[in-house]
Design a protein around this ligand. Structure first.
Ligand SMILES: [Zn+2]
Length: 264
């Protein structure tokens, strides 16, 4: 595995000035807070090309599932119960349909197998893993869309400007080494009245404060950005978006930030 030099600048404000956070820096992974804007991020992420060639995301998510099973066996069993999952999927479908509307053309960035967008949406995808991208492409073509096999920014770059109704960034932005250029590409491909739905781990959550490095949002080295509602809003604003929290009322208790973006 190729580790990049320990010199990643702040992805929000580009400042090089930082303070390391030893409490969250496990093994040789360096988590730091920007001294200028307080954004928390991984200083030494893994190289993109390496991720693609080793299918590291698929492997690491399997490893992560195993680790959680060991550490939190009871919670894990509950969360994997079929009925619970069914309810989650139903709620998510309803939410995505509310955000994007039926018949809309929506890009799922980091789409995996491409199963997330509800039936009545025309699905498009960008996926870095060749195996997952092929599976997604087959499924999406049957529904009028397709999947591009590429890293996210390059993949979005192949799409025509102002031609999509929506973009889904579900558990994606925490992985992106260059989140600001990514959001600017998202802005470019969206129609002026388009929408973005974002879901990322909530570094501002009570659980992170209580559990420290054992919080479920820490994944080394997959998660390279640790957003709070304020830092996510600031980043989105820089890319030209207004951000509205979906889970505003219970945001401190939620391990995830869920938000909708509209172009400013
Ligand atoms: Zn900063």
């Amino acid at each position: 595995m190729t580790i990049m030099p320990n010199d990643r600048a702040c992805p929000l404000c580009s400042s090089e000035q930082h303070k390391l956070l030893p409490r969250y820096s496990l093994q040789h992974w360096l988590i730091a807070a920007c001294r200028s804007c307080a954004f928390v991020y991984l200083r030494n992420p893994v190289d993109y090309g390496q991720l693609m060639s080793e299918h590291a995301w698929e492997k690491s998510s399997k490893r992560e599932r195993a680790r959680r099973q060991r550490e939190r066996p009871i919670l894990n069993r509950i969360s994997r119960a079929t009925r619970f999952r069914f309810k989650l999927r139903k709620n998510r479908n309803k939410l995505l349909l509310d955000v994007f509307g039926p018949g809309s053309r929506v890009i799922d960035v980091g789409c995996g197998r491409g199963r997330l967008l509800p039936e009545s949406i025309i699905p498009f995808g960008i996926e870095i893993s060749p195996v997952l991208a092929e599976t997604a492409d087959n499924a999406m073509r049957e529904r009028g869309g397709y999947c591009v096999h590429a890293p996210a920014i390059e993949g979005l770059g192949t799409l025509e400007a102002k031609t999509f109704d929506g973009v889904l960034l579900n558990s994606f932005l925490e992985h992106e080494i260059r989140p600001l250029p990514l959001l600017k590409e998202v802005f470019r491909v969206l129609q002026p009245n388009g929408r973005v739905y974002i879901r990322v781990p909530n570094f501002g959550s009570l659980n992170r404060k209580l559990l420290g490095a054992r919080w479920c949002g820490f994944r080394y080295p997959d998660h390279v950005n640790y957003f709070t509602p304020a830092s996510l809003k600031a980043l989105c604003h820089r890319a030209g978006f207004q951000m509205l929290l979906v889970n505003r009322l219970n945001i401190h208790l939620d391990d995830n930030i869920k938000a909708v973006l509209n172009p400013l």
